[in-house]
Design a protein around this ligand. Structure first.
Ligand SMILES: *[C@@H]1O[C@H](CO)[C@@H](O)[C@H](O)[C@H]1NC(C)=O
Ligand SMILES: *[C@@H]1O[C@H](CO)[C@@H](O)[C@H](O)[C@H]1NC(C)=O
Ligand SMILES: *[C@@H]1O[C@H](CO)[C@@H](O)[C@H](O)[C@H]1NC(C)=O
Ligand SMILES: *[C@@H]1O[C@H](CO)[C@@H](O)[C@H](O)[C@H]1NC(C)=O
Ligand SMILES: *[C@@H]1O[C@H](CO)[C@@H](O)[C@H](O)[C@H]1NC(C)=O
Length: 343
């Protein structure tokens, strides 16, 4: 029947007739097929599709998963990865969003990431670029990113449920700023969304950083260094240490950090993004729901075992508070001196 319909469609090209030998019919059939393939390939070339075989493949693979609920302007952010390392069959048509948390050390991103990972459909793979090897050049960076977004990166963030958002945590000083042009290009090409997470109060961040550096050397928790803790007892031990802040370089340190953040947001301003501040999240957990909405995953209560280390007001956290106060009052950073929050 198929053959019959075929001849009917190509009537103009085929000499019909019961008298034709079987061999001749087979020959004509082959000729028609070759001709069809040729016409098709000419069309593809003209459409410029052949020079981009990846796109062609994607279109073919994605066709069966077309989801009418996804508005057309979101299509570039919707992916159907096919991992090399396992079969994603049962989740094949679960759309996946790609994200990267862009942050700085001691800005609450560890806590934030554990919150995200408590969602069954989110998999955030940590600071993959803490390894110098992986961020040594742009090809190494892209290889690592591809692996994450292809769902082939193995980490404790792996889920048994269908992943609907996959990403990583990328610190500004881990090759992101040096390679910003190529990385922004990559984000745009692959439809990656960014979650900027910074601190409003850079002075508090500095205190946390100095205290963390101190613990790296002194290992106050039974001889191990911990950047994050899971109990108030551990938090209290770490918070006992009050750093001295070198006031002669304080303003330039704050200015440098501030510029780093502004530059980063400028470099990636055309990438789809959301900007979060740690202080806002601490004060208003509902803000986390904005993140879930941004990632297009269903709302859900998020939990983390992390316990905040520095909970007291700033004057109680710094050894030479009076010096610090004097150096910042009357400057553009004076607001850092008073901004505290209730917990
Ligand atoms: C990039 O870095 C990787 C891993 O460190 C290395 O193997 C590769 O040779 C580097 N490529 C270039 C072009 O420098
Ligand atoms: C989340 O995972 C569950 C379990 O695998 C799955 O049924 C559901 O479709 C996923 N949700 C989304 C938004 O992908
Ligand atoms: C240190 O170890 C002791 C004995 O194992 C334990 O009781 C204590 O809770 C530990 N302290 C911290 C801060 O982990
Ligand atoms: C404070 O910073 C200045 C300028 O960088 C440096 O010369 C000085 O040694 C530092 N003081 C201390 C106590 O580290
Ligand atoms: C908390 O955050 C949510 C989501 O952004 C917002 O709608 C709400 O107004 C915030 N509440 C307060 C008290 O700021």
């Amino acid at each position: 029947m198929v053959e019959h319909r075929f001849f009917f469609n190509k009537e103009a090209l085929v000499i019909k007739g019961p008298k034709k030998s079987h061999a001749l019919r087979m020959f004509m059939l082959a000729a028609v097929m070759i001709c069809g393939v040729y016409i098709c390939s000419v069309c593809l070339t003209q459409l410029g599709i052949q020079s981009r075989p990846r796109k062609l493949k994607m279109e073919i693979m994605e066709a069966p998963c077309k989801n009418p609920a996804i508005p057309y302007y979101e299509i570039p952010y919707v992916h159907y990865p096919e991992p090399n390392t396992y079969s994603r069959d049962e989740c094949a048509c679960t759309p996946v969003r790609f994200f990267s948390i862009v942050s700085m050390q001691r800005s609450g991103s560890g806590w934030f990431e554990t919150l995200l990972n408590s969602h069954v459909n989110i998999s955030s793979n940590g600071e993959i670029f803490s390894s110098k090897e992986r961020r040594g050049n742009i090809s190494a960076i892209i290889r690592a990113l591809d692996k994450v977004y292809n769902l082939d990166w193995y980490s404790s963030a792996a889920k048994n449920d269908c992943t609907a958002a996959v990403g990583l945590k990328w610190m500004l000083n881990q090759g992101l700023m040096e390679n910003h042009v190529k990385v922004a290009e990559y984000f745009s090409r692959r439809g990656v969304s960014l979650i900027f997470l910074f601190r409003r109060n850079l002075l508090r961040r500095l205190v946390s950083q100095l205290a963390n550096d101190h613990d790296r050397n002194t290992k106050q928790l039974n001889g191990t260094h911990k950047a994050h803790v899971h109990s108030t007892n551990e938090a209290n031990i770490l918070a006992r240490y009050k750093p001295r802040i070198n006031t002669s370089e304080l303003i330039s340190t704050l200015r440098h950090t501030h510029k780093f953040v502004t530059d980063a947001m400028g470099y990636f301003r055309n990438t789809r993004h959301i900007v979060l501040y740690y202080e806002d999240l601490v004060q208003n957990r509902t803000k986390l729901m904005d993140v879930l909405e941004f990632l297009r995953v269903p709302p859900r209560k998020l939990v983390s075992r992390h316990v905040k280390i520095h909970t007291r007001p700033l004057p109680k956290l710094v050894e030479n508070w009076d010096d610090v106060y004097r150096s910042l009052e009357g400057t553009e950073y004076r607001s850092f001196l008073n901004a505290n929050y209730d917990l």
